[in-house]
Design a binder for this molecule. Sequence first.
Ligand SMILES: *Cc1c(COP(=O)(O)O)cnc(C)c1O
Length: 378
Amino acid sequence: MSERLYLSPPHMDGDEIESIREAFDSNWITSLGPALEGFERDIEDRLGCRHALALSSGTAALHLALHHLGVGPGSTVLCSSLTFIASASPIVQLGASPVFIDSESSSWNMDPDLLAAELEESARKGQRPAAVVVADIFGQCADYGRIERICRIHEVPLLTDAAEALGARCRDQPAGTFGLCGILSFNGNKIVTTSGGGMLISDDGELINHARHLATQARDPAPHYQHTEVGYNYRLSNLLAAMGRAQLGHLDDRVMRRRGVFDRYQAGLGSLPGIGFMPEPEWSFSNRWLTCVTVDEGMFGADREVIRNSLEARNAEARPIWKPLHMQPVFEECRVVGGAMAEKLFRDGLCLPSGSSMTPAQQAQVIEIVRNCAGSDV
Ligand SMILES: *Cc1c(COP(=O)(O)O)cnc(C)c1O
């Protein structure tokens, strides 16, 4: 590749800059203004949820939701193990302890059986976790048909981390709308971006009102500066919301393109021995944010690092799939329920360049490089 091919670079259409200019010209420069409210309405309409709150990041959205629930020192929060660290960092920042739950093979997301077993075990000991955080990894929802029911039975609030999954669905219900609340991310590598940003999604007006209060330094309604609790500075800028509105207008196109990328990889690599693809259960519609393959070293004749390094040598970026959180040095002391599935997916899994602006010619080169790795170990 003459120009570096990134894993998932921002994809601009050109109308973003006009949208930003319009917001700029209106002089609503800070974290208040019509674009911000418009962006929230757009997301509410798109997802069919009551409330959306635009924030400076997806991590901030999760932090506010956990804070609202009173998560703090002494609390336990169950969390997916196979995910990006931001699914868990707010748990730790609030002084609570995460317990990591392994994945199931059909969606790679949290295993509902292990979740149920852990909640039953807690109930037997007379304990109840403060919350469950489920990540929808690589653009695919977890099995919410089961997970929502399990959380309801045990009366534990369910928070869904749909940072990677905007545009995906589980049984025709949009990602981000399951459980008590969901979070989205508009970081630069996500399917649509505001350069950096996030959204908290919920039908619970009280939660959203408290989160909005917390996100704006928890200032009480008084002419002077008065505070009865300590908040954060987590609101999204009106300028970035304007960019988000333009980007969101292209979401269907982005989902179609990412799914097209996946299909071309499957057509080009699916027949190679030892190459598997992230499955899509019949109840799932994935946005295919990243195309993830698994490499069986024995059958393929090379491991995922051989592929990754071959791509790197040709200026194309691939990455191992998320290193499970229970394997992270920083979470060494934390409990894990199961773990073997996530460990195996980490050992064998690779994310291929998946940007929605990647050309078919670039992708053909990637496919060629991967094909040439087959048998290179033997
Ligand atoms: C990107 C991401 C986040 C964090 O989103 P930011 O907007 O970057 O804070 C959280 N969880 C997952 C699974 C992500 O991929």
